[in-house]
Design a protein around this ligand. Structure first.
Ligand code: NAD
Length: 249
């Protein structure tokens, strides 16, 4: 029996990196998946890649503006219309930041918060009534290891991920009565396009202080999403699950 057989999932930022790995892992475990991306073109590219690997994959793609709550609501309604329900929301779309505060414009700061925090709230707010009506669901937010101790530049990024942890803990308390579980996964340095493009010496330098001695693979982060989305995690809510090789930097 597959872990997510018969379930319907939405994955934001599902076109590449960790999000695409989550989409593929959910599909392999039997779910129907709607992936959201920022542009229709990248959505179509991800759908083509998935369908080339499995022509029967139960997958659809949309590109709603995650900064616009009614666009998010319409996209969730479209998923429900297509697949009949929504059991799982993986709130994964996110951007990082590296600017020192001296060069950091308020507009650039706001942009990170808008996507990393506000869109997590918008997506959760749009699916919660659907899940409540169905009798439950699972929301899993992508946080980061820096949500535990900050980082030395690009302060919006850890600030946004501290907020994601706060949303996770608070919504777990608020939505428990509706049988909606809310958890977060905190990835460490993960081999997405950005890390894959680095020279091997640099990857080795990044890996050295990590107790497990290497960066993580997107599939290893996706496995945590599968577990938290599945009925195997039926009594887990409000958890912040680190997938970072015990990194502490
Ligand atoms: P990525 O840049 O490879 O992918 C980001 C995804 O978000 C893409 O699918 C993109 O379409 C989507 N996205 C970006 N801007 C958007 C916008 N304005 N509107 C809608 N969608 C938008 O990133 P990734 O490394 O796979 O990161 C995914 C998540 O994991 C993020 O929340 C990130 O903060 C978190 N994370 C990543 C790492 C890492 O090392 N890669 C570590 C910790 C946390």
């Amino acid at each position: 029996m597959k872990l997510l057989e018969g379930k319907v999932a939405v994955v934001t930022g599902g076109t590449r990196g960790i999000g695409l790995a989550i989409v593929k892992a959910f599909l392999q475990e039997g779910a129907s998946v709607a992936l959201f991306g920022s542009r229709q073109e990248t959505v179509d590219k991800a759908l083509a890649e998935i369908q080339a690997e499995d022509k029967d994959a139960k997958v659809m793609g949309l590109a709603p503006d995650l900064a616009n709550f009614s666009a998010v609501e319409s996209a969730m309604a479209k998923v429900k219309e297509t697949f009949g329900k929504i059991d799982i929301l993986a709130n994964n779309a996110g951007v990082s930041a590296r600017e020192p505060i001296y060069d950091y414009s308020p507009e650039a700061f706001d942009k990170v918060i808008q996507l990393n925090v506000n869109s997590v709230f918008y997506c959760a707010k749009a699916v919660a009534p659907i899940m409540k009506e169905q009798g439950g669901g699972a929301i899993i937010n992508t946080s980061s290891m820096v949500s535990l101790y900050g980082q030395s530049a690009g302060c919006s990024y850890p600030a946004s991920k501290f907020a994601v942890n706060g949303l996770t803990k608070s919504l777990a308390r608020e939505l428990g009565k509706d049988k909606i579980r809310v958890n977060a996964v905190l990835p460490g340095v993960t081999r997405t396009d950005m890390v894959a493009a680095l020279p091997p010496e640099m990857v080795a330098r990044i890996s050295a202080p990590i107790p497990l001695g290497r960066v993580g693979e997107p599939e290893e982060v996706a496995n945590a999403f599968v577990f938290l989305a599945s009925d195997k995690a039926s009594y887990i809510s409000g958890a912040l699950l680190s997938v970072d090789g015990a990194a502490q930097v």
